[in-house]
Design a protein around this ligand. Structure first.
Ligand SMILES: *Cc1c(COP(=O)(O)O)cnc(C)c1O
Length: 440
């Protein structure tokens, strides 16, 4: 097997194998057979990798800081089968909409471990959260603070909340995914005193119980330093609030944004590196500032699901422009994965039925009517022909949840694989599904 293919294989789920015919296996299932049986585009999730990532986060954090709750950020990908696995693994859930709350509710996800985020939750969503006794609502702004207090008052409940603070730290990620800088739509800025006003207001609200603070800097964050700097700012602020308002920080969340390797040459901290940096900073600083060590909430999304997912596509037309570029066109694209077009995200790929072969340079193009619909530019692939199956690793995060019906193409099926067995966890959409809500 070529060296480049060996290193590319490291990006695939933990259970990947290549058989003597050069077929890629995930979770004991031949990807070529999966493509045949379920059709393409197909998203394959490896249950072993999902569970392993959940456990790695829990272990790495709790061995350093026992009072940690790992909550999965649903927006990276949520589905009922996944919610069941997260529940079994003991994780909590970070949700951002009534839809995500409904999925959690449908599998009896423990309410007290659900944290509801968002910069413009609607009154209906907040009522739903109150009715279903969602554990924490992470209040983002003054409008929500007042609205939630009024709604909770009407329902005669006291709702536990965190405040989302904006520490004013630039984590140097893509400008579309940075959230912790001062000029952000999210959170109460620390810098201009709004955060202090919010604390005073929350403490005096009759039907709110302020448990602590949250921040989220953006995603992905390739360095541990932004976390450490922001933790320092927010814990110092907590100390100030203790002095000024006798406020006790019971809970503290430094958010998510843990990076994963999408390509063989990218460098990212390990889960252990993030855990070490975050827990060491919280532990030392809380002691120094004479704060009771708060419960720590960490919110990985991408880092739990990204590696577990693989996208499979079938090759159709191949267009060669001599001396310029060879386009290999597949049956998916921005409709199931908008990340390359939206964030200039980079992906690797292999030919699932020629997984041990190398390499000529091609560009993998999608089937949608947009020039920006390019899934991977200048990747090295085995010589391809019509009908070959392309496998793209690190497909588990932020692709399916941003899928659309652009060009009225039905969205793909999703399967879960484990120990040689595959099960459908989301049906492929049909034309009937597309017409179902459409009226003349
Ligand atoms: C998106 C988000 C996360 C998760 O980010 P990842 O990069 O997927 O880990 C966590 N917390 C909040 C508030 C978010 O908005």
């Amino acid at each position: 097997m070529r060296q480049s293919n060996l290193s590319k294989l490291s990006l695939f789920p933990l259970t990947k194998e290549v058989d003597s015919h050069g077929h890629l296996y995930i979770g004991g299932c031949d990807c070529v057979n999966l493509a045949k049986e379920y059709g393409t585009p197909l998203y394959v999730f490896d249950e072993a990798t999902l569970r392993s990532k959940c456990q790695e986060f829990q272990t790495e954090f709790t061995k350093r800081y026992p009072n940690t709750l790992v909550i999965y950020a649903s927006k990276a990908f949520l589905n009922r089968a996944l919610a069941v696995i997260l529940k079994e693994e003991g994780l909590g859930l970070d949700v951002v909409s009534g839809g995500e709350i409904s999925v959690a509710h449908s599998v009896d996800f423990p309410n007290e471990k659900i944290y509801f985020h968002g910069n413009n939750k609607t009154a209906d969503e907040l009522k739903l959260a109150l009715d279903w006794k969602i554990g924490r609502i992470v209040v983002d702004n003054f409008y929500e603070l007042e609205l939630l207090n009024t709604l909770a008052h009407k329902k005669i409940v006291k709702q536990s909340i965190l405040l989302r603070l904006t520490p004013g730290i630039d984590p140097h990620t893509h400008r579309h995914t940075t959230t912790g800088i001062l000029d952000s739509k999210f959170g109460f800025p620390l810098a201009d005193g709004q955060a202090g006003t919010a604390v005073a207001q929350a403490l005096s609200a009759s039907n709110l119980d302020l448990k602590g603070f949250h921040f989220h800097l953006g995603s992905p964050i390739f360095d541990t330093a932004p976390f450490e700097i922001a933790i320092s700012l927010v814990l110092n602020f907590a100390r100030e609030m203790k002095t000024n308002h006798d406020f006790h920080l019971d809970e503290f969340s430094p958010g998510g944004g843990f990076a994963v390797k999408y390509t063989v040459d990218s460098q990212t901290p390990s889960i252990a590196d993030y855990a070490e940096a975050i827990t060491a900073k919280v532990t030392s600083l809380a002691s120094e500032l004479e704060l009771t060590h708060p419960k720590l909430i960490v919110e990985p999304g991408r880092a739990i699901v990204a590696q577990a997912g693989v996208a499979l596509y079938t090759v159709g037309s191949i267009k060669e422009i001599p001396g310029v570029r060879k386009y290999v066109c597949v049956d998916g694209g921005i409709g199931d994965n908008i990340r390359p077009a939206l964030y200039e995200a980079k992906y690797e790929a292999i030919v699932a039925n020629k997984a041990s072969d190398g390499s000529n340079t091609v560009t993998i193009a999608g089937r949608y009517c947009e020039s920006s619909d390019i899934l991977a530019q200048d990747v090295s692939l085995a010589p391809v022909s019509v009908g070959d199956i392309i496998a793209m690793p690190i497909g588990g995060a932020y692709s399916i949840p941003m899928a659309s019906n652009y060009n009225l193409v039905p969205r793909p099926a999703i399967i879960m694989v484990k120990e040689g067995k595959a099960r459908l966890i989301r049906k492929r959409e049909s034309y009937q599904d597309l017409l179902r809500l459409d009226l003349i």
